[in-house]
Design a binder for this molecule. Structure first.
Ligand code: SF4
Ligand code: SF4
Ligand code: SF4
Length: 296
């Protein structure tokens, strides 16, 4: 069991000693079912930190905003945050020595939308949010110090791709129709990209105007180009945190696309879990003479 006071005391200590300049964690939001991220720089603000059923945001992406900082950052990491940090380290966006990782074994977070509908009195009955129900690594995979005891392993490996089985049973035309319907809903708010630790290019191709890869019109062809380009950019690098799908305001099942690609890459190049081991090179980022090449 993680004691919130322990979390606050450690943050205070790190800031007071000057060992770190910032601490990334979560605070209580406006509503009881929200615990958004908070970045603190003063020891007296450490009491804002909390740890509860709604600390679901992956904090790793915020490191990008501080990548040129002269000093260290302490960041609380659940399993998904730690894989996100590893993603950024592998992509050379963050240096391992510039972060202090405080591991928090994660029991799985609750669904804030359902919590709002069910009411605070039924908090215990609120189910896990989908990203946590699908989580393979609830324990931090990388940390400098760990608070609390490790929790039981996450989703069983054989359950990992269950949600793509339906899709795989469809014909090519049915698949096209399914994804067209889904991505016709896309309003190109870019929330999925903005929250994603694997989307960490200095300048995203979707923001470029010279050349303009992606037109401004929100129409089928442009939406499909956006969806496929992003899916391919994170192929073999997606850490399966589920943040893209969680933040999508149009309820597009983005993780079905990601998981299908992960499944196919694993089938072609062997089992690989992005962000779990920082030393393991992504399958699409290395060459092996025995790589399958029947498509060449
Ligand atoms: S994805 Fe895993 S580590 Fe992240 S909040 Fe959910 S259960 Fe915790
Ligand atoms: S979050 Fe959803 S609606 Fe927004 S750009 Fe991504 S897929 Fe489209
Ligand atoms: S594509 Fe989605 S699941 Fe994969 S790393 Fe990005 S936000 Fe996480």
């Amino acid at each position: 069991m993680i004691n919130v006071q322990q979390l606050r005391d450690r943050a205070k200590e790190l800031l007071e000693s000057g060992e770190v300049k910032y601490v990334f964690g979560w605070r209580k939001g406006t509503f009881w079912y929200q615990s958004p991220p908070v970045i603190i720089s003063k020891a007296e603000d450490a009491d804002k930190l909390i740890w509860d059923e709604f600390c679901l945001n992956n904090l790793s992406k915020y490191l990008l905003d501080y990548k040129n900082l002269d000093g260290k950052i302490a960041i609380f990491v659940k399993g998904c945050d730690s894989r996100g940090v590893n993603r950024l380290i592998q992509d050379q966006q963050v240096k391992r020595e510039s972060v202090v990782l405080i591991g928090l074994p994660c029991p799985g977070m609750k669904d804030p939308q359902l919590a709002r509908e069910m009411g605070e009195s039924k908090l215990n009955e609120v189910p896990k949010i989908e990203k946590c129900a699908q989580c393979l690594t609830p324990n931090p995979v990388e940390y400098d110090e760990l608070m609390g005891d490790e929790v039981a392993a996450g989703l069983a490996v054989e359950e990992r791709f269950v949600r793509v089985q339906d899709l795989e049973s469809k014909s090519a035309d049915e698949k096209y129709e399914f994804w067209q319907q889904q991505y016709d809903k896309c309003i190109r708010c870019f929330a999925c990209r903005n929250v994603c630790p694997a989307c960490n290019c200095r300048e995203c191709c979707f923001d470029q105007s010279e050349p303009e890869w992606l037109g401004k019109r929100v129409v089928t062809a442009e939406n499909q180009f956006f969806a496929l380009t992003r899916a391919m950019h994170v192929a073999g690098r997606c850490i399966e945190c589920g943040e893209c799908e969680r933040v999508c305001p149009m309820d597009i099942p983005i993780m079905s696309l990601n998981k299908k690609i992960i499944k196919d890459i694993n089938g072609l190049f062997g089992e690989y879990d992005a962000g779990v081991n920082v030393e393991d090179k992504p399958p699409l980022g290395r060459f092996d003479e025995n790589d399958p090449e029947e498509f060449m």
